[in-house]
Design a protein around this ligand. Structure first.
Ligand code: SF4
Ligand code: SF4
Length: 373
């Protein structure tokens, strides 16, 4: 596939340069350092000849494994292989419209992807959907959330399109983030009883929400480091090499820690008293330091310029449309999922990995689903 908003397909095949012995050694070292979550993405992980070796080894080591795929090569062998191996498969699906699917991905394979979804559903496999959202498919957010729900997906995750690589042609301003979040929260409230969250509110607290939506950018931190098939390290997958940001070459875990130091220094260099625009007067400027680095760089801004996409402000605008009771439900859901997902992210955050972009569905009404947990 050659998705119009993604540059990763340029790397397809490069991953076969990685020999499985090397990956085993790295996983062993990373496991010894305390890492427990492995995300395999692409390009396309199914094009890697040793995918099953890597999954099997990572499972033996005790990793929780995410496989992000276009879904084209999922078959019964794969579904049987990953059963009981702590694997969650995430299929990238951006539209249910055949013509738009062809337009966005360059292939006429929507039916084949839906067969993969049917297979995962019928086999009660752990899987989720990932939708990259732009102006082309924004109108389908609600329908895709519903498709995930009725097909027993664990969750659907929405990602505002990255304005890097092939995505530079897309509009990614504050208004598109706002539009997307309005649609997600509308679906959430319309289907609240189908979502995986405690029925009784325990963590409704706008202050908690404010704290985790104003953490400094987590690029290069303990939570967010990307390793490319050519073994280059980047602090965040949306910070490509053509931005002037720290990168590294992976030979051992020490290189990950060295990159972390460089990003600490980068954040330290952003002085809160030099932030501009709305960030200059912001209550959270000392912790937040002006928000997402990538969005500033992709807009040709400096790190002290005003943040064009303040997620905290966007969330406040979305919540202001709802009654107090509805706000309580939404914040309760987000705070609960923030608690579940925040292990290891520490003092750093990322606007694209916040719980606000995900909908998790409950399974307890279906007895067949018990053994999945
Ligand atoms: S206004 Fe700026 S500093 Fe304040 S929360 Fe938003 S992005 Fe962060
Ligand atoms: S906040 Fe932006 S630059 Fe930082 S990790 Fe997230 S996407 Fe990357």
């Amino acid at each position: 596939m050659q998705c119009s908003f993604c540059g990763a397909w340029n790397q397809n095949g490069v991953c076969n340069n990685l020999d499985p012995e090397t990956i085993r050694a790295y996983l062993t070292e990373l496991h010894d350092k305390g890492y427990r979550y492995l995300s395999l993405s692409g390009g396309e992980p199914f094009l890697y000849d040793h995918l099953y070796d890597v999954i099997g080894f990572a499972n033996q080591k005790g990793f929780l494994i995410n496989v992000t795929t276009n879904g084209l090569l999922i078959d019964r062998d794969y579904v049987s292989f990953v059963r009981n191996k702590n694997v969650i498969t995430r299929i990238s699906l951006h539209t249910l419209n055949r013509d738009l699917y062809r337009q966005l991905t360059g292939v006429d394979k929507l039916d084949r992807i839906m067969q993969s979804v049917d297979l995962l559903k019928d086999e009660h496999a752990l899987y989720g959907l990932g939708m990259t959202v732009s102006g082309y498919n924004m109108a389908e957010v609600y329908d895709l959330a519903n498709y995930a729900l009725v097909n027993n997906a664990e969750y659907i995750r929405f990602t505002p399109v990255y304005r890097v690589y092939k995505g530079t042609d897309f509009s990614t301003g504050s208004e598109s983030f706002l539009d997307l979040l309005n649609r997600i929260t509308r679906f959430m409230l319309d289907h609240y009883d189908k979502l995986e969250c405690k029925r009784r509110s325990t963590v409704f607290d706008k202050e908690i929400l404010d704290i985790y939506t104003t953490k400094p950018c987590g690029a290069g931190s303990a939570a967010y480091v990307a390793l490319n098939p050519d073994l280059t390290l980047v602090g965040c997958p949306v910070l490509p090499h053509y931005f002037d940001v720290p990168t590294g070459q992976f030979a051992s875990c020490e290189d990950v820690f060295a990159l972390r130091q460089k990003y600490e220094a980068l954040l330290d260099s952003i002085r809160a008293d030099q932030l501009k625009g709305r960030c200059a007067d912001c209550l959270y400027k000392t912790s937040c330091k002006g928000g997402c680095i990538s969005i500033k760089l992709e807009n040709g801004l400096s790190l002290t310029d005003e943040q064009p996409v303040c997620i905290n402000e966007i969330i406040c605008r979305v919540l202001s449309h709802y009654s107090e009771d509805e706000q309580q439900k939404i914040i309760n859901y987000w705070n609960e999922w923030h608690q579940k997902r925040s292990v290891g992210t520490g003092s750093k955050g990322c606007i694209r990995r916040l719980p606000v972009w995900e909908l998790h569905f409950r399974k307890r009404n279906d007895p067949k689903m018990y053994y999945r947990r």
